[in-house]
Design a protein around this ligand. Structure first.
Ligand SMILES: [Cu+2]
Length: 272
C-alpha cells in the first residue's frame, strides 16, 4: 500500500511535466509571438524563467520521490530522524538568492523598455495614437481627428469607437490607458503585452507590430461578471489604410449627427 501512495504522489508531477512537453506542439501554449523585437525579448525572458523553474521543479520532485520510496522500505520501528543539515540549509538559501538576484538584474533592461516612459521610442512618446478607457465591460477608444494631436482632455473633434483599436504597421505607437471604474488589465497576448488599467491613473503603453493583421485585445484582470466578454480587436494596417480609417470614422460620426456637443457629453460622462 505504501508503494501505491508513493507512485500515486509521483504520478501527478510526472503528468504535469508530460503535458508541458507536448503542449506547444498541440497548440495548448501561447499564440505565436507577433514579430516585434520587444515581444521576442519578453518571450525569451519567459522561456528562461520556465527553464529555471522546470529544473528546480524536477529536482525537488525527484528528491521527494526518493524520500517517499525509501520510506516504503522502512520496517516498523526502523524510522530514522534528522535534525537537519546546516550545510544543506546554507546551500538552499544562498542558491535561490543568487538565482533571484540574477533574474531581477537580467530582466531590468526589458522591463525598463516596456515601462519607463523616458525609454520609449521618441516617435511613440511624442504622439499617442489613442486613449483607451477600460470600463465594465468594454474598451472605449478615443482618437484625435485626422491631422490633430491627442490631447489629455477630450476635444470636440475627437473620434470614438468601442473595442476596435487601429494602429499603423511598422512603427512604435503609444496609447494612453485609463480605467473608468474598477481595475482592468489591457492585454495583447500576441504582442506579449499586459498593463493594468488603474482608476485615477493615465498609464502610457507602447508597442509595435511589424506585420499587418488583427490581434486580440483581452482583459487580464478579473473585473466583474462580464470580464470574459471584455474583448476587443487590434487592427494593424498600412499607414494609408489607417489614415483612411480615421477619415471614414470622422465622416460616419458626422453623418450620425455625432456633434461636438454629443462628443462633449460622452467625454464628460467618461470623466465622471
Ligand atoms: Cu476588465
Amino acid at each position: 500500500m505504501r508503494k501505491f501512495w508513493c507512485l500515486f504522489f509521483m504520478f501527478w508531477p510526472t503528468l504535469a511535466i508530460a503535458v508541458c512537453v507536448v503542449a506547444p506542439t498541440n497548440g495548448w501554449w501561447f499564440p505565436s509571438v507577433a514579430p516585434w523585437e520587444l515581444g521576442q525579448q519578453i518571450d525569451d525572458l519567459f522561456n528562461l524563467l520556465l527553464i529555471i523553474t522546470t529544473v528546480v521543479f524536477i529536482g525537488t520532485q525527484v528528491a521527494l520521490g526518493y524520500v517517499l520510496w525509501k520510506g516504503t522500505t522502512v520496517k516498523k520501528g526502523g524510522a530514522w530522524f534528522s535534525h537537519g543539515s546546516h550545510n544543506l540549509e546554507v546551500i538552499w538559501t544562498i542558491l535561490p538568492a543568487i538565482i533571484l538576484l540574477f533574474i531581477s538584474l537580467y530582466q531590468m533592461d526589458v522591463l525598463a523598455r516596456i515601462r519607463v516612459m523616458s525609454q520609449f521610442p521618441e516617435q511613440a512618446r511624442d504622439a499617442p495614437v489613442a486613449e483607451v478607457s477600460a470600463r465594465q465591460f468594454e474598451w472605449r477608444i478615443r482618437y484625435p481627428a485626422p491631422g490633430k494631436k491627442l490631447m489629455p482632455q477630450p476635444q470636440p473633434t475627437d473620434l470614438y469607437t468601442v473595442n476596435d483599436l487601429h494602429v499603423p504597421v511598422g512603427k512604435p505607437v503609444m496609447i494612453r490607458l485609463r480605467s473608468e471604474d474598477v481595475q482592468h488589465s489591457f492585454g495583447l497576448p500576441e504582442l506579449r503585452l499586459m498593463q493594468d488599467a488603474v482608476p485615477g491613473l493615465v498609464i502610457p503603453v507602447w508597442f509595435q507590430s511589424n506585420t499587418t493583421g488583427k490581434y486580440d485585445i483581452v482583459c487580464k484582470e478579473l473585473c466583474g461578471w462580464g470580464h470574459y466578454k471584455m474583448q476587443g480587436e487590434l487592427t494593424v494596417e498600412l499607414q494609408e489604410e489607417y489614415d483612411a480609417y480615421l477619415q471614414a470614422l470622422q465622416a460616419k460620426m458626422n453623418d450620425d449627427g455625432f456633434s461636438a456637443e454629443a462628443n462633449n457629453a460622452v467625454a464628460q460622462s467618461n470623466e465622471e
